[in-house]
Every structure is written in structure tokens, then in C-alpha cells.
Design a binder for this molecule. Structure first.
Ligand code: SAM
Length: 356
């Protein structure tokens, strides 16, 4: 598939065209479409027990073939049309996005729209050697997932024996490269890494990184999720506040995923993502594009809409735009608000496929 050229006839980058002033798309609950998460691969070099357990994602697991993945040109085209619909934030994710070859090329293509908030979520394992190239390609900031500073705990969670030290080196390199602000995502699972919460807070507090605690979620159908493994955010707030005084901060914008708190000594912020204990569906403005071009309007969905078929059948921008409008305006989902013991058992798409 040919990638769209970014240069004009003189070989220069043309000025960024502002998106057309269309009416912002709204779903059946009045939620605008503002963010797009783009998964660039369903593969990952980790086997986190809560996300891609080895027993399921083993040697025989059938990952997507190369020709099934959207090409960078196809992603670029879709992002352009989504931007025309008011999307202003793009998060590159996966699987592990840094295992996709030449990812910097895609970043370079997407960074053409300087008004887009372009970011990426990674497990940090390959970051040390790619942080500078990503920054040079136009990535603005980065989020790194890290569940503990304790090697045995971290290795047991990533289940491929990957050491903490290498992720910390990646984070340090991202800081040197200027991928600020750096956010650190920690999934907290009771009895597994809840004792790592305070050490993580202490460590990142003075290093200019914003640590965000994510409640362990019932995404997909393979992680044997149970409510008793969830540590509600309010409990984490208390644990941290006892030693490192924190106070709430107003959200930066509607739909902000993390509830923000700041250290009272002025040394930065921590965030809490409480999709289980305090569902935030009513403010969800996110769509997700899988690596093979299926569009999902909820992390907990079981079905998507096929955009790759449209792209590869010669559809016009107008037709693609129309399908985006049809999907978003029909959107009713609010899974986390309706979560019950029965919904947990539904056959949902895996997070490694849909993108975190
Ligand atoms: N490989 C990249 C990474 O590790 O950040 C991007 C994909 S990963 C699916 C995105 C985020 O989802 C990570 O922060 C991961 O910890 C989180 N995640 C995966 N499974 C989860 C679960 N069951 N509950 C909560 N967060 C989860």
C-alpha cells in the first residue's frame, strides 16, 4: 500500500490545513467524538498476566498477519478524516506499539497536523533505543506502563522475566529526549502489587513523572477477572495521603480519564483511573481503532465496524466520513456504568487487540 506523500511539489511540507468547521459529532448521550486510540499491532513482547496471559497467548496463538494490519498510509488517511470530525487527540497503542517496524515513520506522518495531541502508550521495554527517534519524528509526550519497582513482582506480572531497570532506563531516556509530560500507568491488583503503590509514588514524585493508578478491569475474556482483585481508587488515595499529603485538582477538560490529585508540597501530581469503582462512561469521548481497522466505541465492546474493507475497496473520503458519522451517532454504550457479575462473563474483545 502506498503511503500518502507529506511533501508538496517543491519537496516542502505544506502548511497545515485547519479542520473544516463541521458540527462536532455527538452520540445518543450527547458525548462528542474527541479522541482516537490507534492500535498499530496486536503483538506484545510481554505476557502480563492481567492482559495477555501466556496460557492463551502462547506459541500457537494466531496473531494478525502483516497484510491484515492497516498500513501507515491507511492510518494516516483515517486520522485525517477523524480530525475533520473534531478528533484532536491521537494515542498510538497496541499490543506493544514499539514492536511495529519503523513506527517513527507513522509518527512523522501524523505529526504533520501540529494541532493534534499526539501521544503513545508503551511498556517501555524498547524505549531506551527509540525515545530520541520518536521525539525527532514529532511525538509530543509518552505514557509508560510499569506495575512495580520490585523486580520479582514486576517479572511475575510481565511474565517474561523482564527487569524493572530496563524500563527505568527507557523512562530516563524519554525524559532526556523531551517527551514531556511523562505519565506512568500502574495497574493495581490486590494481593499482587498493592504493596508497591507507596514505593512507586515516592519514586516518581520527585522525578517529574505523573503516576496514574489504574483499577484492574474486566477487559477481554482471558484474565479471570474478579471484583475482589480490584483496589478501589479511594483506598489508594488514603494510602498515599497518609504519608504524602495530597489534595484534589479540578479536571483539565471534560472526559479526562484520570482523576487528578496534587502533592501538597508542590512536587507534582498523581492520577486515579477508576473505571470500575466510579465509571466515567458519561464523559467518554474515545473511539478505538484496532490494528486491522475495526472501529470500537467502547473498551468493553464485543463487535467493531470494519473500516479496512472500505479503505481497500476504493471508498471516497466522503464515504468513510459518512460511516464514522453513522457509527458515532448511533453509539449507546456505557458498559462500566452497567457492570454486573453477568456482564463480566460477556465475550469482549481483548485489550491487546483493541488497544489500551
Ligand atoms: N503495550 C503498551 C503498554 O504496556 O502500555 C500498550 C497497550 S496496554 C494494553 C495499555 C494499558 O492497558 C497498559 O497500561 C496496561 O497496563 C493496561 N491494561 C491492560 N490490561 C488491563 C486490565 N485488565 N485492567 C487495567 N488496565 C489494563
Amino acid at each position: 500500500m502506498k503511503e500518502e506523500s507529506l511533501l508538496d511539489a517543491k519537496g516542502e511540507r505544506p502548511a497545515v490545513v485547519p479542520p473544516p468547521t463541521r458540527q462536532v459529532l455527538s452520540d445518543t448521550r450527547g458525548r462528542p467524538l474527541r479522541d482516537l486510540r490507534v492500535s498499530v499491532t496486536d503483538r506484545c513482547n510481554f505476557r502480563c498476566t492481567y492482559c495477555m496471559p501466556k496460557e492463551v497467548f502462547g506459541k500457537d496463538f494466531q496473531f494478525l498477519e502483516r497484510e491484515q494490519l492497516l498500513s501507515f498510509g491507511e492510518i494516516h488517511r483515517l486520522v485525517r478524516i477523524f480530525r475533520d470530525h473534531g478528533v484532536h487527540k491521537i494515542r498510538i497503542t497496541g499490543g506493544e506499539p514499539l514492536v511495529r517496524r519503523k513506527l517513527e515513520r507513522l509518527i512523522e506522518m501524523l505529526s504533520y497536523w501540529s494541532d493534534l495531541d499526539l501521544t503513545l502508550t508503551t511498556n517501555g521495554s524498547l524505549l531506551k533505543h527509540s525515545a530520541r527517534a520518536l521525539k525527532a519524528a514529532g511525538l509530543k509526550r509518552i505514557t509508560v506502563s510499569l506495575d512495580s519497582l520490585e523486580d520479582p513482582v514486576f517479572k511475575a506480572m510481565n511474565d517474561v522475566d523482564f527487569p524493572v531497570e530496563k524500563v527505568l532506563e527507557g523512562i530516563a531516556e524519554a525524559a532526556v529526549a523531551g517527551l514531556h509530560p511523562i505519565k506512568i500507568n500502574m495497574v493495581v491488583k490486590r494481593g499482587v502489587n498493592d504493596h508497591s503503590v507507596l514505593p512507586m509514588a515516592r519514586y516518581f514524585k520527585d522525578r517529574g513523572c505523573t503516576l496514574r493508578f489504574i483499577e484492574y478491569m474486566d477487559v477481554g475474556a482471558t484474565n479471570d477477572w474478579r471484583m475482589e482483585h480490584v483496589v478501589p481508587s479511594r483506598e489508594l488515595v488514603e494510602i498515599i495521603d497518609r504519608e504524602l499529603a495530597i489534595e484534589p485538582v479540578d479536571p483539565g477538560y471534560r472526559g479526562e480519564v484520570a482523576e487528578r490529585w496534587r502533592y501538597q508540597d508542590g512536587s507534582g501530581e498523581v492520577g486515579f483511573i477508576s473505571s470500575v469503582s466510579q465509571a466515567f462512561c458519561r464523559d467518554c469521548t474515545r473511539a478505538r481503532l484496532s490494528a486491522e481497522g475495526q472501529l470500537y466505541t467502547c473498551l468493553f465492546a464485543s463487535h467493531g465496524t470494519d473500516f479496512r474493507r472500505l479503505l481497500r475497496s476504493g471508498a471516497s473520503d466522503q464515504e468513510i466520513s459518512q460511516l464514522i458519522e453513522t457509527v458515532w451517532s448511533a453509539r449507546t454504550d456505557r458498559y462500566s456504568e452497567l457492570r454486573t457479575a453477568a456482564t463480566v462473563k460477556l465475550r469482549k474483545v481483548e485489550m491487546s487487540y483493541i488497544g489500551g
